[in-house]
Design a protein around this ligand. Structure first.
Ligand code: NOJ
Ligand code: CA
Length: 615
């Protein structure tokens, strides 16, 4: 890969994998079209010229930061990722699977204390199997003081008391396997709780050998060692007066970042992963795994990047210098010997970087979760806006067409960190079923592995929270406190309510304790949507073309998404992406309509049709 310099053109920068993804991200953030970069007037310019033009606003340092990041990646994706690739996809169970995410705290409570638990999950295995689910991903169930609901782990080898015991876990794993399903655990190894014994030892005893498991640093003139800020508000550093040292935490004050450059730490983590895999766990979802390698010296974050991305310092750890190396090491020493599956949570990672993490020849991760589909350009989760599904069409088509046959996508709209997509698309719930049906049709007929989030299949929507006291999430509470510095309580709460992670964390309706919640925090499960999920999952399973078949875009007119999946069979899916009725583009000649039962004339609001070619 030729090195990029200030004398390279913008186009040359865009042609590098990191340059491509960073530019896309910036365009997304600023709500600018791609055409902006493809336009020769910009594309043929030298970075130096652009840097002069944007001088005051962005500063030359911004461009230097970008160039350094781009040049830190010497590799380019394998050419099987080329646009018109015809190489066959290698089959794997996890490409064929439908995976269901459980947020244990709010899933199913077996003993009436209002907290979901392992026995509760066990009691729902038949239900999950009857839906057609192949694998469960459990958000963390390890011992934790719950500052971030289990994403702050105190002991990796112990089950959280409220959730049950190790015996309950063994029984659950057995129950899952007996039903032919698999279990994917959450692996949170960018950080531990500050109550983890490694951190306690590191802090209390400088000779313990654990100090280097974390990032302890001297302050700079009595202040934080650098300007990085935390995803949950405020600085990313805690000060410990007893040692006159600061320690890094990218998330809450109780989630202390681990130092992956320390080989001893890596060996301990790999031991722990092997311990679970030896127990029979089938794979891991890896929490913010792209953050594990931090730039040497933990340099100051660039101001422009910080302002634009809202996080100072992010360019120094979201695609760090040893990321590939560490992922490869975990794979070789733990995953491969157990034939285990891995999916990385990788915020900020774009299409080309994702290829360098999931290309099968690279032996790093099987899949990643990328998040750029969750909000439309120019918006963040806390904005008050409605999601335009035309953007989803363009986003997903781009990945379908360019991700290549040696990489495989995850397909999802929801998880425990996000409000539900159905409510983002339309706040007024009167077309809820229609939108849910449309989203599910796309999720089960596009190319990739669908991840269902608990409650999707019940038709759940966002909650109308009334006050901050109803929210328990650490992110919401910290952000709210920050907003109060410049806004009224009412304004601050409105913002938090748009984006709070609590929308996806309220106790599911089937729990006894959920029945005691006030009206505005209660929803009924919708059997129509549950049946729809059952049907769509069965359809996908009955037709391997819907899994491995090629994807081809047939129409992307406004409010229209028509695509074809072809292999042994051929399917055409037509979606109306808005509430405006419109004429169908696909007439269905030579095809039979599989869904809905009948469809005449105009496409109704958010209608989705699935056709199969007659033999
Ligand atoms: C991502 C997880 O999904 C989220 O819930 C958590 O707060 C952060 N990582 C920190 O672990
Ligand atoms: Ca319980």
């Amino acid at each position: 890969m030729p090195q990029i310099t200030m004398d390279s053109t913008v186009r040359e920068l865009y042609e590098t994998p990191v340059g491509h993804d960073v530019i896309e991200k910036v365009l997304l953030q600023l709500n600018l079209s791609e055409k902006w970069i493809l336009n020769p007037l910009i594309g043929n310019r030298k970075i130096r010229t652009l840097s002069k033009l944007t001088g005051k606003q962005m500063g030359t340092e911004f461009w230097q930061t970008l160039i350094t990041l781009v040049n830190s990646e010497p590799d380019v994706p394998d050419d099987r990722t080329a646009e018109k690739s015809t190489t066959a996809v290698k089959p794997a169970w996890w490409k064929e699977a439908v995976i269901y995410q459980i947020y244990p705290r709010s899933f199913c409570d077996s003993n009436g204390d209002g907290i979901g638990d392992l026995k509760g999950i066990l009691s729902k295995l038949d239900y999950l199997q009857s839906l057609g689910i192949d694998a469960l991903w459990l958000s963390p169930i390890y011992d934790s003081p719950n500052d971030d609901n289990g994403y702050d782990i105190r002991d990796y080898r112990k089950i959280m008391t409220e959730f049950g015991t190790m015996e309950d876990f063994d029984e659950l794993l057995d129950g899952i396997h007996k039903r032919g399903m698999k279990l994917i655990m959450d692996l949170v190894v960018n950080h531990t709780s500050d109550e983890h014994e490694w951190f306690r030892k590191a802090l209390n005893d400088p000779d313990s050998g654990y100090e280097d498991y974390y990032f302890f640093r001297k302050g700079k003139d009595g202040k934080e060692p650098n300007n990085w800020n935390s995803f949950f508000g405020g600085t990313a550093w805690n000060y410990y007066p007893e040692r006159d040292l600061w320690a890094l935490h990218l998330f809450s004050k109780k989630q202390m970042d681990l130092n992956w450059d320390n080989p001893k730490l890596r060996a301990d983590i790999i031991d722990m992963i092997n311990w679970w895999l030896d127990k029979g766990v089938d794979g891991f979802r890896m929490d913010v795994i792209n953050y594990i390698s931090k730039a040497e010296g933990l340099p100051e974050g660039n101001e422009t990047v910080g302002k634009m991305m809202l996080f100072y310092g992010i360019e120094h750890y979201y695609y760090g210098p040893h990321l590939h190396e560490y992922l490869h090491e975990i794979r070789k020493k733990a995953f491969d010997p157990h034939n285990a599956f891995s999916v990385g949570e990788t915020p900020g990672i774009g299409r080309e970087m994702a290829k360098l993490i999931t290309g099968e020849e690279r032996e790093e991760l099987d899949m990643v979760f990328s998040f750029d589909q969750l909000e439309t350009p120019g918006h963040i989760r806390f904005d008050d806006y409605e999601y335009d599904l035309n953007y989803y069409r363009d986003y997903i088509t781009d990945w379908m067409e360019h991700y290549g046959s040696n990489c495989w996508m995850s397909l999802f709209y929801n998880n425990h960190d996000n409000p539900r997509m159905v409510s983002k698309v339309r706040k007024d719930p009167s077309l809820r079923q229609e939108i849910e049906t449309l989203l599910a049709v796309m999720q089960f007929t596009l190319k990739g592995t669908p991840f269902v989030f608990q409650g999707d299949e019940m038709g759940l929507i966002n909650y109308d929270f009334h006050s901050i006291s109803e929210l328990s999430d650490v992110e919401s509470r910290n952000r709210y406190a920050e907003l109060l510095e410049s806004r009224s309580e009412e304004e601050a709460f409105k913002i938090i309510r748009n984006g709070t992670r609590d929308h996806s964390r309220v106790l599911l309706p089937w729990n006894e304790k959920a029945k005691e919640l006030p009206d505005h925090l209660r929803q009924e499960a919708d059997p129509v949507i549950t049946e729809l999920y059952r049907k769509l999952i069965a359809l996908r399973k009955a037709h391997p073309t819907l899994i491995y078949g090629d994807f081809r875009l047939l129409s992307r007119r406004k409010n229209t998404f028509v695509y074809e999946r072809t292999g042994e069979e051929s399917f055409v899916i037509e979606c109306n992406l808005s509430e405006e009725p419109r004429k169908p583009v696909f007439q269905g000649k030579g095809y039979t309509l599989l869904m809905p039962k009948s469809a005449f004339g105009v496409m109704k609001p958010y209608e989705a049709r699935i056709y199969r070619k007659l033999k």
